[in-house]
Design a protein around this ligand. Structure first.
Ligand SMILES: Cc1cc2nc3c(=O)[nH]c(=O)nc-3n(C[C@H](O)[C@H](O)[C@H](O)COP(=O)(O)OP(=O)(O)OC[C@H]3O[C@@H](n4cnc5c(N)ncnc54)[C@H](O)[C@@H]3O)c2cc1C
Length: 396
């Protein structure tokens, strides 16, 4: 039997950032992670940090390498009809930026800090049940090294991703979910080649969406829209490079190619749970909501959730006030729905929908032209992309 103040299930960006924020406040937590440290640190996923996310990581003491190695971006490029249109995001948002820094690096930094501080973080430790969430002393039962351990806590945080047990531990009559499945997926690659652009490229082409991102001055991350039933085996390296070059083509621009080190297909969905709280069990990050990756919001929403949770738990331990805890779900969901709309909007603006009719396609073209030419449209895109602050009640 173990005891802590806050039991955190999941060592992804949500769980690890929360553990760090709580440690800074002197609040004890134990983090339980089903996978190995090596697996969690190598999982290639997101890589764009909103302005706020960068600030939170730096203020929590986990931003030293991020400040040295992160690539600060002031704009993005939209491409369609073989023409490039820059959106100067900083100009439209009072100088705000995004930072290119891989999720793998965020996770490594947070794990290193926790391990160096000797704070409890168990890898290869799978939570098998969460009980007593409707009491003052919930319990997480987990398996580690062939032993079953009961972790007693004041609060449990389900930061265990879409397939975790956090959300499933809320009684079915206390939670509902809203979901949209998109008729396309992303084939994502990581390649040992310097980026062919200074800023991210988002391209719409009759063959489908394409995107050029990067992880460092020597590593590029690129994506192609593919059918959800497609298989990476159908995509040789040569075919991937040729399709990327075709979809992103503009006169005078060349795509540099190099060895592909990672290839995967990710389906796209939007998903939002109706509540992020049941008694003393709180959900954060992908456990509570999923967005399609086009708006680069998944990791950023996870960090935004746990920033609120950290403030709420700090308020509780300092003053006994439950106000922050009571308001957490509603406050977080306002931001989640805004990010869900933005992610949906970017996705439908840029992808080729196999079910679209002539009318839908004409609207999409009109919208692309509007975004490329209107300061109002660019302001809206930019403020959502660099990230909105906490949205006050009554504002959405
Ligand atoms: C396959 C994939 C690809 C993605 N690609 C991109 C991208 O290209 N761009 C982008 O912007 N965003 C991307 N995202 C979104 C982004 O990576 C996520 O939003 C982000 O990881 C959310 O962080 P999290 O901590 O909430 O969840 P996660 O990162 O999923 O972390 C949850 C953790 O909980 C652990 N866990 C689960 N169940 C248990 C259990 N029972 N006991 C203990 N631990 C458990 C898991 O092993 C995992 O480590 C991608 C997401 C996925 C799933």
């Amino acid at each position: 039997m173990m005891r802590t103040q806050v039991a955190i299930v999941g060592a992804g960006p949500a769980g690890l950032t929360l553990a760090q924020l709580l440690a800074v406040q002197g609040i004890d937590s134990v983090v339980i992670e089903a996978r190995s440290r090596a697996y969690v640190e190598k999982r290639i996923r997101a890589g764009i940090l909103e302005h706020n996310t960068r600030d939170v990581l730096i203020e929590s003491g986990a931003g030293a390498r991020l400040q040295r190695e992160g690539l600060v971006h002031h704009g993005i490029e939209l491409r369609f009809d073989n023409q490039a249109h820059r959106v100067a995001m900083s100009d439209y948002t009072g100088g705000r930026t995004v930072t290119v820094y891989g999720q793998t690096e965020v996770v490594k930094d947070l794990v290193n800090i926790r391990v160096a501080a000797g704070l409890p973080l168990y890898f290869d430790a799978k939570a098998v049940s969460i009980t007593g969430a409707d009491t003052d002393s919930p319990v997480v039962t987990f398996e580690h090294d062939g032993t079953i351990t009961e972790l007693h806590a004041d609060f449990v945080i389900g930061a265990d991703g879409f397939h975790g047990i956090g959300r499933q531990s809320i009684p079915a009559d206390q939670i509902s979910t809203i979901e949209k499945i998109y008729p396309f997926a992303w084939l994502g690659i990581l390649a040992d080649v310097p980026p062919s652009c200074d800023e991210l490229i988002y391209a719409n082409h009759p063959n489908g969406f394409a995107m050029h991102s990067m992880r460092s001055p020597s590593v590029s991350r690129l994506y192609l829209q593919v059918d959800p039933s497609d298989d990476v085996k159908n995509w040789s390296d040569a075919r991937i490079w040729s399709e990327l070059a075709l979809r992103m083509h503009t006169p005078g621009w060349d795509l540099k190619t190099g060895p592909i080190t990672d290839k995967s297909i990710t389906p796209m969905r939007s998903f939002v749970a109706s509540t992020l709280r049941y008694g003393r069990l709180f959900l954060a990050g992908d456990a509570a909501h999923i967005v399609p990756p086009t708006g680069a919001k998944g990791l950023n929403l996870a960090v935004a959730d746990v920033t609120l949770l950290s403030d709420a738990l700090t308020g509780f331990y300092r003053t006994g006030s439950e106000k922050g805890l009571e308001e957490y779900s509603e406050t977080a969901l306002r931001r989640v729905w805004r990010a869900s709309h933005f992610s949906y909007w970017m996705t439908t603006l840029l992808h080729v929908d196999p079910n679209a009719n002539e009318f839908d396609r004409a609207l999409q073209r009109s919208n692309l032209a509007y975004v490329a030419s209107s300061d109002a449209a660019k302001t809206s895109l930019s403020e959502n992309y660099v990230g909105l602050a906490v949205i006050p009640k009554g504002k959405v």
